[in-house]
Design a protein around this ligand. Structure first.
Ligand code: ATP
Ligand code: MG
Length: 346
């Protein structure tokens, strides 16, 4: 069986470091590993419209922002097919048929959708398309026979739902679709990076992000204003490391060589954490270290992004080419689906 990756992002804003550690960094590694026959990366504009129907200009503008972030992080159009979801009508068509294989109550039980509804104050006015977006995500995944979907932890319920729909489809209509596996980051700190405000998830919609395209000064300002342990008031107080966003970010970004480079009086993370826990280590010092670590990681990304910003027509060309190629693959699956469902009349 071919090994195929599908993943993507909603063009609702520029990408942030939560995307980077939760999915983007891993994707680039998978792309470069040579272990996969195909890598599809989708800019999910149709999905973004499910909760931005009244702001089409926002979605349109962010397509290019997300594409720039991709290229900046090292996604390579020679190795990965980067495409725009809405250019592939087969994805909407598949969604329409999959919708019959899932109940409304099952959609309402999806914990990530539930949390997102709450966050958006949608309780009494949920767009039907938003409630059903896990079905459209199933269409995206199965259209390409994806075997692996590298995403953040919030996507676990989506993959569960996808597998259920695939199973139902194959049971009712015969073996047609491929069941995907989720690939989560192996570093626990990267599963769901909290916001700089300490909220459970860094999210474009919450405005608590460090963006990949932020300038160095902006990044420093955000890091120095980050939440830490609220009871760690004086330097000599013992501090908590668990749930402390600054240490979670360090766990996500810090490599052993960063100590030598930026904080040579400590040899490793355990030593730094132990000092913080017993007291005597101030937040400012830890934040300065975190700032150096994050700046080191983001500087080359920002540089590459600036270079691509000078080549916008080329970026659109990449998206066009990728979309054409992806459409061909989705059309093949659509044919098989029509055949299996006995709706291939002529
Ligand atoms: P929105 O608020 O519009 O939903 P978002 O910031 O949640 O935007 P998505 O486009 O929904 O971003 O998510 C894209 C990918 O990034 C998904 O794989 C998701 O799991 C991952 N991701 C998003 N936020 C985080 C985070 N804070 N930590 C780890 N992974 C994340
Ligand atoms: Mg999201």
């Amino acid at each position: 069986m071919e090994k195929i990756i599908l993943t993507g992002d909603r063009p609702t804003g520029r990408l942030h470091v939560g995307h980077y550690v939760g999915s983007l960094r891993g994707r680039v590694a998978l792309q470069n590993s040579g272990d996969y026959d195909k890598v599809y990366i989708m800019i999910a504009d149709a999905q973004a419209l499910t909760d931005n129907a009244e702001h089409p200009e926002k979605v349109r503008q962010n397509i290019i922002q997300v594409a720039l972030d991709y290229l900046a992080c090292g996604l390579d159009p020679e190795k990965s097919t980067i495409f725009i979801q809405s250019t592939i009508p087969e994805l909407a068509e598949l969604t329409f048929y999959y919708m019959n294989l899932v109940t409304v109550s099952r959609l309402q039980r999806n914990p990530t959708v539930k949390a997102e509804i709450k966050m958006r104050d949608f309780e009494t006015s949920i767009p039907a398309g938003f409630l059903a977006y896990p079905v459209s995500q199933t269409a995206d995944i199965t259209a390409f026979h994806a075997t692996a979907v590298p995403v953040g932890e919030d996507q676990l319920p989506m993959l569960e739902q996808c597998k259920e729909i695939v199973h139902k489809f194959n049971t009712v209509y015969g073996e047609t679709l491929t069941e995907p596996e989720i690939i989560l980051p192996d570093n626990a700190a990267c599963l769901r990076l909290p916001g700089i405000d300490g909220k459970a998830k860094m999210s474009k919609s919450l405005g608590n992000c460090i963006y990949l395209s932020d300038e160095p000064e902006e990044i420093k300002k955000k890091i120095m204003s980050m939440f830490t342990d609220p009871n760690h008031l004086r330097v000599q107080d013992p501090g908590k490391v668990e749930g402390n966003p600054v240490f979670i970010y360090l766990d996500a970004f810090c490599r052993p060589e960063h100590f030598q480079e930026f904080l040579p009086e400590y040899s490793c993370m355990d030593e730094l954490k132990a000092h913080y826990q017993r007291g005597g280590l101030g937040d400012v010092k830890v934040k300065k270290f975190l700032n150096n670590v994050v700046q080191a990681e983001l500087a080359p990304i920002r540089e590459r992004r600036k270079a691509w910003e000078q080549r916008i027509p080329e970026v659109y060309e990449i998206l066009k080419k990728g979309s054409e190629e992806a459409r061909k693959a989705a059309a093949r699956t659509m044919q098989d689906v029509r055949h299996a469902m006995q709706i291939d009349y002529f």
